[in-house]
Ligand binder design. Structure first.
Ligand code: FES
Length: 566
């Protein structure tokens, strides 16, 4: 709450949604029945009104408090300030301004004639005309991270005919320049939330929207705005290689200036997906987040419109430039040495020629991905693509292996604070291959070698998420009761469950959202319940959420000279 007066928030009620929007004269009340400093509830054209008399005159407000709808006449009047009895929001009765709380209350016109007869004319503007004010109110709620206001305004906007993409874009526009390292989990999760709106009808569509907007509001709050550099005037660097080189040398300004120049000259998604899939394949970036965020950014643009590409791709770039290059870290060296032996362009061409939908893993690839030999995944993956797996078959095997791991993950280790590993790490094993599959599906063949490298990185990740098993126990694979009889309905229900506040920390919620959507897409592709079962177990299991005790334990270890496991 704040003591700063809030601008008026237009309120849409059920009566506003009726086709008859004309204001009409209200029934008459008598001034003699309304003592100074008193309130009474009236019905005007079926609408509940709080009639108030103070030393400044007679005023009429919506009777329903804009917070949760309790009656304002149950509150207290102090001069011209009315306090709602339920949660202490305070309003000026003269104009409805909120002086403590989140939203103003709507006021109506009052006429008192010389005989003391009071007439109230309802102020019921056409809901469509309120949309600009509602969007402004939603933005205020987003800026302050007032989840209640975000929820109310989202429902009002949907009632007023706003498109879900318009609502989510407003939040993304706020969050993009505030995301500390460019795209983040809030923006990625918001993209998935927007895609999930189709799983709901009517007002219920607000649930995924508000989850997405609230996530951005939480993570962007009080963060400084990061301006984008101007588009470069040097046309000689505005191409795929120029962008990729700027990313490689961590020249953020140059990379952003190149992307902006490309968008400004009219490059479209068919051109620029290629740029990003190339750039994110140069390194195994931050648990696959380079590829995951690129997929989400272009998916968001498909839903909100390419006219937002400048902001979306400009602010995506820092996540690619500054992502952790895991391939340079000690734990990836055995894998990278094996990968360096390969001519990936030639292998990609070979794989494309050999690819057949009939390929199935004879168990070799699965064993390599779920085993503990750090070089085995490369050899097994090469053999698979030569035998006909193609990139899609390789990604299928990765999804299956990670799903198996999720079903057998011994989550007692989740609360072993000395081990920097947990549920969230494993879930990237599903979202990463789903992102690479999306990028591959949008490739025109120019990046075959790069995409194969990305697919190889997903194999590394699938294998590496087993490191917990190498020094702890492997649980018994859990049998999961399906949430629905067929794969599509099961996937839809799983995604809806991810929105039901089964987690407390936003970061865990974001992983529940993105994993459930990736699992639903992967399951639908091959008519398999395996990734759905794995994700259902993840959603239902105990999860580390606060990370405070874990950080303290690790800080004590670190500051006493104990080194991290690689
Ligand atoms: S219902 Fe009025 S303050 Fe909560």
């Amino acid at each position: 709450m704040t003591a700063t007066p809030n601008a008026a928030t237009p309120n849409i009620t059920a009566t506003d949604a009726e086709p008859e929007a004309e204001a009409r004269q209200a029934p008459v009340a008598d001034l003699a029945d309304l003592a100074d400093g008193s309130m009474k509830m009236l019905k005007v054209d079926g609408h509940r009104v709080c009639l108030v008399r103070t030393s400044s005159g007679v005023h009429a407000l919506d009777h329903a408090c804009p917070h949760e709808g309790y009656g304002l006449t149950q509150g207290n009047l102090d001069g011209d300030v009315l306090t709602c009895a339920w949660h202490n929001w305070k309003f000026k009765v003269t104009d409805g301004t909120c002086v403590l709380g989140e939203e103003a209350v709507r006021v109506h016109d009052v006429d008192v004639d010389p005989n003391g007869e009071i007439r109230v004319t309802l102020n019921r503007p056409d809901p469509q005309s309120l949309r600009p004010q509602l969007m402004a109110s939603l933005r205020r709620g987003t800026e302050k991270h007032y989840v209640g206001q975000i929820a109310r305004d989202t429902v009002r906007l949907l009632k007023a005919g706003a498109e879900p993409a318009e609502i989510m874009w407003d939040a993304a526009e706020h969050g993009l320049p505030r995301a500390e390292y460019g795209w983040d989990h809030a923006l990625a999760s918001a993209t998935d939330c927007l895609a999930m709106v189709d799983l709901y009808d009517g007002d219920e569509r607000a649930l995924p929207l508000v989850q997405g907007v609230a996530g951005i509001a939480e993570t962007a709050r009080d963060r400084r705005v990061r301006e984008l550099p101007d588009p470069t005037n040097d046309a000689s660097v505005v191409h795929h290689e120029g962008f990729r080189a700027a990313v490689e040398r961590e020249d953020l300004d140059a990379a952003q200036a190149i992307v902006r120049a490309a968008v400004a000259r009219g490059d479209g998604p068919a051109d620029l997906v290629d740029w990003f899939s190339g750039a994110v394949s140069d390194h195994h970036l931050s648990y696959g987040h380079g590829a995951i965020y690129s997929q989400k950014a272009f998916e968001l643009l498909e839903m909100v419109g390419w006219e937002h590409a400048d902001a979306v791709l400009g602010h995506l770039t820092p996540a690619i430039v500054y992502g952790t290059r895991e391939d340079t870290l000690p734990y990836m060296k055995p894998f990278m040495r094996a990968l360096a032996e390969l001519d990936l362009d030639a292998l990609a061409a070979e794989a494309a020629n050999a690819a057949t939908p009939d390929w199935t893993d004879d168990g070799t690839l699965r064993s390599a991905l779920l085993g503990s030999d750090r070089t085995a995944p490369v050899a097994a993956a090469v053999r698979a693509v030569r035998d006909g797996a193609g990139i899609d078959g390789l990604l299928d095997a990765v999804v299956d292996a990670v799903s198996e791991r999720m079903l057998r993950y011994d989550f007692d280790g989740e609360f072993d604070f000395g081990d920097d590993f947990g549920w969230l790490d494993i879930t990237h094993g599903l979202t990463y291959p789903n992102a690479v599959r999306w990028l591959a599906a949008h490739d025109d063949g120019r990046r075959a070698g790069d995409l194969l490298r990305l697919a190889m990185f997903t194999a590394f990740q699938a294998h590496w998420t087993g490191r917990h098993e190498w020094h702890t126990s492997v649980g018994e694979p859990e049998q999961v009761e399906p949430l629905a009889a067929d794969v599509v309905a099961y996937g839809d229900e799983l995604q809806r469950r991810a929105h039901l506040d089964g987690t407390t920390a936003f970061i865990v919620h974001a992983h529940a959202v993105k994993t459930s959507r990736a699992a639903a897409l992967e399951a639908r592709r091959r008519d398999t319940t395996l990734p759905l079962d794995a994700t259902a177990r993840f959603l239902a299991s105990p999860k580390l959420e606060r990370f405070v005790a874990a950080n303290v334990v690790r800080s004590i270890d670190f500051l006493n000279g104990r080194t991290q496991r690689d």
